[in-house]
Design a protein around this ligand. Structure first.
Ligand SMILES: *[C@@H]1O[C@H](CO)[C@@H](O)[C@H](O)[C@H]1NC(C)=O
Ligand SMILES: *[C@@H]1O[C@H](CO)[C@@H](O)[C@H](O)[C@H]1NC(C)=O
Ligand SMILES: *[C@@H]1O[C@H](CO)[C@@H](O)[C@H](O)[C@H]1NC(C)=O
Length: 181
């Protein structure tokens, strides 16, 4: 297992180096900042639960719930501010004692210089904690070979409706050009 991981890592490194060499490119660091809006209730819900609560777990952990989302990402905290893209994927409540979500999502940008590019995020999100860190595991378009992390901070959360606005700070290393490799 460990040696397979090491092999994958070395292969990744080799591919990255080859791509960089071929295009004489340097990696760059980018910081993206936007707001994520998750609404799981009401007429305009952008996330839909597709499973039921598991019996026996702490009800406030929501253990067993999986929701599919297509959540807007906006420039400012207001839902009506400029739309930058959408977070499409799912989150699964995987903690039995407290809310602890497995996030599997694509941040698909639809405006600005990253229009058409995607960042893939796979991580752990404990929404009641002040800051959550999630890894960026890859990307497409301008984000090919991307790696980095997301810091998510709740901007507002309605405990009745569970609607949330979350501030996202994305720190990503990528080439900033579409590599043809
Ligand atoms: C749903 O969206 C419509 C159209 O944007 C808006 O007029 C309405 O107020 C929204 N409803 C709720 C409950 O947010
Ligand atoms: C966005 O909505 C807020 C109220 O929530 C309103 O005050 C503001 O004018 C709206 N902005 C735009 C650009 O429509
Ligand atoms: C994003 O790219 C698509 C496809 O090229 C284009 O149709 C759309 O107008 C672009 N959106 C913005 C906001 O620039």
């Amino acid at each position: 297992m460990a040696s397979r991981l090491l092999l994958s890592f070395l292969l990744f490194l080799l591919l990255s180096l080859t791509a960089a060499h071929k295009h004489n490119l340097k990696q760059k660091y980018s910081h993206l900042h936007f707001y994520f809006h998750d609404s799981i209730t009401g007429r305009n819900a952008t996330a839909v639960p597709v499973t039921k609560l598991a019996a026996g777990a702490h009800p406030q952990s929501y253990f067993g719930i999986i929701a599919i989302m297509d959540d807007p990402l906006t420039e400012g905290p207001e839902l009506n501010s400029t739309l930058l893209g959408r977070a499409q994927g799912l989150y699964a409540a995987t903690g039995q004692e407290e809310v602890s979500l497995l996030m599997t999502m694509n941040l698909a940008f639809t405006a600005g210089k990253y229009n058409g590019s995607v960042l893939s995020v796979l991580g752990r999100n404990q929404p009641l904690h002040p800051v959550r860190e999630m890894p960026i595991v890859g990307g497409t378009g301008l984000f090919r070979f991307a790696r980095g992390y997301v810091l998510a901070r709740t901007h507002c959360l309605d405990l009745d409706t569970l609607d949330a606005t979350v501030e996202y700070d994305v720190h990503v290393i990528h080439y900033g050009k579409i590599l043809d490799v």
